[in-house]
Design a protein around this ligand. Structure first.
Ligand SMILES: *Cc1c(COP(=O)(O)O)cnc(C)c1O
Length: 424
C-alpha cells in the first residue's frame, strides 16, 4: 500500500482528471459543432434541452446563458418587479438574491435549518402570516410576497413539501434554485420538478459543468415555457417582432455539445460523489471526530441568542435529511460540507498540506454590504450567520481516491488533537 508521502496535493475539484477520461468524446463533439458552423440555438441545444427535461421529469426545459439568468428569466416570466417581495435563503450563492434585486423587487431573507443549511419552512410560514419579527422590523407585509426561491444547497433538496403547501395557500410561485442539485431527489421527485420553475447552472464546477457559462429552466407549464423561450431571445417571436422586452441569454451550441457528452456520465458521477461522502463520514467516525447534529445544542443556544460556552472539538458531518435513496431522498453532494469550531486552524493545516478547501459562504446575504439598506442585522438569521463562520467544503469528486480521503481526514485529526493537547 502506498503511504501519505506519495500525495503531494489534493485539489478541491479535479476537472483535468475528469477531462482526461472523456477527452476524445469531447473533442469530437466540439469538432462537429465547428464543422457545422451552427453556433446559436439549433439541434444540439434543443436535443440537450429534451434530455434534461426527461432527466428532471418535467415537460419543458428552456436553456439559457447561466444559472443566474435562469433565476432572472423565471422572475421575469412571473412579471416580478418593483414593489414585489420574494422570500429566499440568506445562505446561498449571491445570484439567488441578485436576480430578485436586479428586477427592483425586494428579497426577504429568512433563516435556514441547522442540519441541512436549507430554508426553514417554519420561518416562511410565520412570515406569510405576518407573524415573523422581520415583518415588522423590515416593514414588509405578507401580501406583497410574490414568490419563494428555496435553494437546494450543496446538492440536497430543501424541504419542499411544506414550502409548496405554503405557496399554494398563499397563491405565490415557487422557483427552485437547483443550480447545485441536478438529479437530486426529494421524496422520489427530481429537483426542479416540484416548484413552478427549476433553475440549473452548468458553470464548470457544478456536477454537470460545461466549458464556460450555461443554464437552464425547467417547468411543467406550457405557457411559461413559451414565455421563457421568448424572453431569452429579447422577447422576439417571430424574429424581430417583440411582444415583450426580454434579454439575450442563450446556451451556446458548443456548450450544449460538451454537456451532452458529460450528461451520459452524470448519474455515475453523482453516485461516486455519494460514495466519497459516505466514506468521509465513515473515516470521521472511525477517527472519533464525528458529532451528530442532534447533539449540537450549542447551535440551538446560538439560535436563542446566547454565546456558545465552549468550542467543540468534534466535527458535524453532512446529514441526509430525507434519508438516502432507499427512502426516496438523494443528496448528490455537489459539496461535502463539515462544520467545525476550529475552521481557521483546519484551513491552515489543509493549506500546509496542499489540500483544497473552500468556504461556502463566508458572508450570508443578509449581511452583504449591497443589502445593508434593507436593514438586517446578523442576528436576524442566526443559524445562517453561525454556518457562515463554521462550515468548510472538502474535496469531493468521482476521481478522488480512498487514500486521498484518508490523508485529508488524518490531517484534520492531527490538527484537532494538537489543539486539544495545547489547551490542556
Ligand atoms: C452556481 C449557482 C448559481 C448561479 O449559476 P451561474 O451559472 O454561475 O450563473 C445560482 N445559485 C446557486 C445556488 C449556485 O450555486
Amino acid at each position: 500500500m502506498s503511504s501519505d508521502k506519495d500525495i503531494s496535493e489534493v485539489p478541491l475539484l479535479n476537472l483535468k482528471a475528469q477531462y482526461s477520461n472523456i477527452q476524445e468524446e469531447i473533442q469530437s463533439a466540439i469538432n462537429e459543432v465547428i464543422e457545422s458552423q451552427y453556433f446559436i440555438m439549433g439541434p444540439e441545444v434543443s436535443s440537450f434541452e429534451e434530455q434534461i427535461a426527461d432527466y428532471c421529469n418535467v415537460s419543458y426545459a428552456v436553456s439559457c446563458d447561466s444559472g443566474s439568468d435562469a433565476l432572472l428569466l423565471s422572475l421575469m416570466a412571473l412579471d416580478i418587479g418593483r414593489g414585489d417581495v420574494v422570500i429566499t435563503t440568506p445562505y446561498t450563492f449571491f445570484a439567488t438574491a441578485g436576480a430578485i434585486a436586479h428586477l427592483g423587487a425586494t428579497p426577504v431573507f429568512l433563516d435556514i435549518l441547522p442540519d441541512s443549511y436549507n430554508l426553514d419552512p417554519e420561518q416562511v410560514g410565520k412570515f406569510l402570516n405576518d407573524h415573523h419579527p422581520l415583518n415588522k422590523k423590515l416593514n414588509i407585509q405578507a401580501k406583497n410576497v410574490k414568490a419563494i426561491i428555496p435553494v437546494h444547497l450543496y446538492g440536497q433538496p430543501a424541504d419542499m413539501g411544506p414550502i409548496m403547501e405554503l405557496a399554494q395557500q398563499n397563491d405565490i410561485a415557487v422557483i427552485e434554485d437547483a443550480a447545485q442539485a441536478i438529479g437530486a431527489e426529494y421524496k422520489n421527485r427530481r429537483a426542479g420538478s416540484i416548484g413552478d420553475f427549476g433553475c440549473f447552472s452548468f458553470f464548470p464546477s457544478k456536477n454537470l459543468g460545461g466549458y464556460g457559462d450555461g443554464g437552464l429552466i425547467t417547468t411543467n407549464d406550457a405557457d411559461m415555457a413559451e414565455k421563457l423561450a421568448k424572453l431569452r431571445l429579447h422577447g422576439a417571436k417571430p424574429k424581430y417582432h417583440h411582444s415583450i422586452v426580454g434579454i439575450n441569454s442563450r446556451l451556446d451550441a458548443l456548450q450544449a455539445a460538451v454537456l451532452k457528452v458529460k450528461f451520459q456520465y452524470l448519474d455515475e458521477w453523482s453516485q461516486k460523489r455519494r460514495e466519497k461522502a459516505l466514506f468521509y463520514n465513515q473515516l470521521f467516525k472511525e477517527a472519533d471526530l464525528a458529532i451528530h447534529t442532534d447533539q449540537l445544542n450549542y447551535l440551538y443556544r446560538q439560535k436563542s441568542g446566547q454565546q456558545s460556552a465552549e468550542k467543540n472539538a468534534k466535527i458535524v458531518l453532512p446529514k441526509e435529511i430525507q434519508g438516502g435513496p432507499s427512502r426516496g431522498g438523494r443528496h448528490i453532494y455537489h459539496q461535502y460540507i463539515i462544520r467545525t469550531d476550529f475552521r481557521s486552524e483546519i484551513m491552515e493545516a489543509l493549506e500546509a498540506h496542499h489540500i483544497g478547501y473552500s468556504v461556502y459562504y463566508p458572508v450570508p446575504l443578509h449581511e452583504q454590504e449591497c443589502f445593508a439598506h434593507l436593514g438586517y442585522e446578523a442576528g436576524d438569521c442566526p443559524i445562517a450567520h453561525h454556518a457562515s463562520k463554521t462550515t468548510l467544503a472538502l474535496p469531493v469528486y468521482p476521481e478522488l481516491s480512498d487514500q486521498e480521503q484518508r490523508y485529508i481526514v488524518n490531517t484534520i485529526q492531527k490538527t484537532i488533537s494538537r489543539i486539544i493537547h495545547q489547551e490542556i
